[in-house]
Design a protein around this ligand. Structure first.
Ligand code: NAP
Length: 247
């Protein structure tokens, strides 16, 4: 029996990068996939690829701009109406935008915090009862930038605090909703995905003890463990998957 067989997993930000890799990995372990993002074309391409490779699972794309908390209520209704009941919620959608302190504006603050923190809070609010009833779990994708200010540097005055808030939110939910569900947090190090506009990684590489950038499959395999029953006594964890960058 495959590790995630019979589970239905909702992944936000499944249309690209780490979310897309998780969708392929989880489907490969037998899970049905509810994919959420804004980009219709990439969402439908993902679903075609998943259903072509894994005939035994269901997979469907639901478009939603997760910065709109009201749209999340409609998203929840649409997912339920399509016959999905969510076992595992993976809050992965996020944006990486760099701002020095003097560059931060109220609009930039709103965008980064609504995307990186608000989406996880309102998605959790919408789905936590269902996940609890089904004995499932929640995984939030933060970042090592939310753990260590020396990694975040001088240009992450919004991204790093947003990810730190997500880590705190995860642990708060883990504590308050135990033992009904587990809530964990995964902190990736640098992975070469579309999130980086600047693809010159020469400054980052020397700070990674493992000597290479992360691959989305590295994050996906660790996520698959955390959401599976193999991690049944793990809650409130903050797992770095970063090749040692945060040591
Ligand atoms: N790559 C890294 O090095 C790295 C390191 C640490 C942490 N992370 C975290 O890992 C997560 C995934 O990153 P990634 O590298 O895979 O980035 P990515 O390739 O840019 O993908 C980001 C995903 O988030 C979705 N998204 C963004 N804003 C959204 C919104 N308003 N509503 C709905 N969906 C939205 C995008 O979907 P649409 O475009 O379809 O809306 C896309 O699927 C992020 O939270 C990021 O902070 C990444």
């Amino acid at each position: 029996m495959q590790r995630l067989q019979g589970k239905t997993i909702l992944i936000t930000g499944a249309t690209s990068g780490l979310g897309e890799a998780m969708a392929h990995c989880f489907a490969g372990e037998g899970a049905s996939i509810v994919a959420v993002g804004r980009n219709h074309a990439r969402g439908e391409t993902l679903i075609d690829a998943l259903t072509a490779r894994h005939s035994a699972i269901r997979a469907q794309f639901f478009p939603c701009d997760l910065t709109d908390a009201h749209a999340i209520g409609d998203l929840r209704k649409a997912i339920t109406a399509s016959g999905f009941a969510i076992d595992v919620l993976v809050n992965n959608a996020g944006i990486f935008k760099t701002y020095r302190l003097e560059e931060v504006t109220p609009e930039a603050y709103d965008l980064v915090f609504r995307t990186n923190v608000g989406s996880a809070i309102f998605m959790t609010q919408a789905f936590i009862d269902e996940v609890c009833q089904r004995g499932g779990n929640i995984l939030n994708i933060a970042s090592i930038g939310g753990l260590q200010s020396y990694i975040a540097g001088r240009s992450q005055y919004l991204y790093a605090p947003s990810k730190a808030a997500l880590i705190e939110f995860s642990q708060l939910c883990a504590k308050n909703y135990a033992p009904d569900i587990r809530v964990n947090c995964l902190c990736p190090g640098p992975n070469d995905t579309p999130i980086y506009e600047n693809k010159d990684f020469s400054r980052i590489l020397p700070s990674i003890p493992m000597g290479r950038m992360g691959k989305p499959a590295d994050v996906a395999r660790a996520a698959s463990f955390l959401i599976s029953d193999d991690a049944s006594y793990i809650t409130g964890a903050v797992l770095t998957v970063d090749g040692g960058s945060s040591i």
